[in-house]
Design a protein around this ligand. Structure first.
Ligand code: CS2
Ligand code: MG
Length: 409
């Protein structure tokens, strides 16, 4: 089954997406996601100029060989752009193979290991009443696990807090990339943050009780000892996880955090290969692997990472914000359904315009996602609808401290 053509589609309903569509000589099509928030054109160019020409004429069934060819044959390995491009090819070929087999993709990964995929949503607010209101809204939407992000007194603009109705129509969906020619500047003060966060979880636990799984994203901003302090101060509130508590390029940093707190740790949404996780997994310094299928070389690579993590009792917590397209989300769901060491799936609902461009068969009901039973991924791309939304520059913000020093966003 030879590859006849491959098309890179950059489209910007609600936000920018990069989609690869591979077509075989038999007329089968497969979709892959290469969306890289704020760097979409880099991923699209890598695909367009350095991957697509290599695909034409290759056997679409040879997924592993194509992956190894694109990874080892490039010479320059790893990194978000390379691995997003390889991911798009990998997922598109899995989509084609499952369509050719006439079954949903998860069946080719070993079949279902569970009936549904527990999701978590994003509650946020500028103050405690807004946060409690946002939690109620997400409970009404059916979520059974909820991430809590909050504004911080003394800080003007903080990650994760939607202050105005979003494209999705609900007040609390938060799209971090802002459409503008240049990135927006936000501010940060770790001490103010560390003082404030425990008060928020105290209020949420008092209102909603001890059972509801609560998550929080530290978003790479603390030093290891600050992360240790936060993890320890949150232990009374029994979090499901504390995410990205400290930048983890230096994987050894998590040893210090782990020595001080039993709050479960999730890391890896900016990681792209198993090598980014090696110490973290082997020394059990984390509890959840956070990468997205889209940024980690696709289903083939992500399954290898999660199988390695399973040997150390570490579970999946696949990244699922709005900057993972419905194609990337569907790929995650097929993997979530099949692997044994599933943990939880992040699920930010896409906006109406996005759902017009990407027709999806996955469902969200009573807090659980399911990829559906369509052959393949279960996502189809409306090329005309996609063409109606051309790329629009949009960047993730950057942070400065009060003294003007650049800080992790
Ligand atoms: C966040 C993301 O979903 C998360 O856990 O870390 O919103 C992240 O900021 C964006 O995906 C970056 O593109
Ligand atoms: Mg995160």
């Amino acid at each position: 089954m030879k590859i006849k053509s491959a098309e890179v589609i950059v489209s910007s309903p609600d936000r920018n997406f990069v989609t690869l569509q591979i077509t075989t000589e038999d007329g089968l099509t497969g979709l892959g996601d290469a969306t890289l928030n704020g760097r979409e054109l880099a991923a699209a160019a890598y695909l367009e100029h350095h991957v697509v020409p290599l695909l034409i004429g290759r056997d679409a069934h040879r997924i592993e060989d194509t992956w190894q060819f694109l990874y080892r044959g490039a010479y320059w390995r790893r990194g978000p752009v390379t691995m997003a491009a390889i991911a798009a090819v990998d997922v598109a070929l899995w989509d084609i193979k499952a369509k050719a087999a006439g079954m949903p993709l998860y069946q080719l990964l070993g079949g279902a290991s569970r009936d549904g995929i527990r999701a978590y949503g994003h509650a946020s607010g500028r103050d405690i009443p807004e946060i409690l209101d946002s939690v109620r809204e997400h409970l009404e939407l059916g979520y059974k696990a909820i991430r809590i992000q909050t504004a911080v007194p003394g800080i003007d603009a903080v990650y994760g807090v939607a202050a105005q109705p979003s494209a999705g129509g609900t007040r609390y969906d938060y799209e971090p990339a802002q459409r503008a020619a240049l990135p927006a500047e936000e501010d940060w003060d770790t001490r103010a943050y560390l003082r404030h966060i425990p008060t928020v979880f105290e209020a949420v636990r008092n209102e909603f009780g001890p059972e509801l799984p609560l998550l929080h994203d530290g978003h790479h901003r603390m030093t290891p000892i600050e992360a240790a302090r936060l993890g320890k101060s949150l232990e009374p509130y029994d979090l499901f996880w504390l995410e990205d508590c400290t930048p983890a390029e230096n994987q050894d940093a998590l040893r210090l955090v782990r020595q001080h707190t039993t709050t479960p740790l999730a890391i890896g949404e900016v990681f792209n290969t198993v090598f980014d996780y090696q110490t973290l997994i082997r020394e059990q310094l984390i509890d959840y692997v956070r990468s997205a299928v889209t940024h980690t070389g696709g289903i083939s690579a992500m399954k290898k990472i999660l199988d390695y993590a399973a040997q150390y009792q570490i579970k999946s917590g696949i990244h699922g914000p709005t900057d993972i397209s419905p194609v990337g989300m569907a790929a995650a769901l097929h993997l979530d359904l099949a692997i044994h060491n599933f943990g939880i799936q992040e699920y930010m609902r896409h906006g109406d315009l996005t759902n017009e461009v990407f027709q999806q068969s996955f469902s969200f009901k009573d807090g659980y996602l399911h990829p559906g039973e369509q052959p393949g991924l279960g996502v189809e791309l409306d090329l005309d609808a996609a063409a109606a939304h051309p790329y629009t520059p949009a960047y993730l913000p950057f942070n400065r401290l009060k003294d003007g020093t650049i800080h992790d966003w």
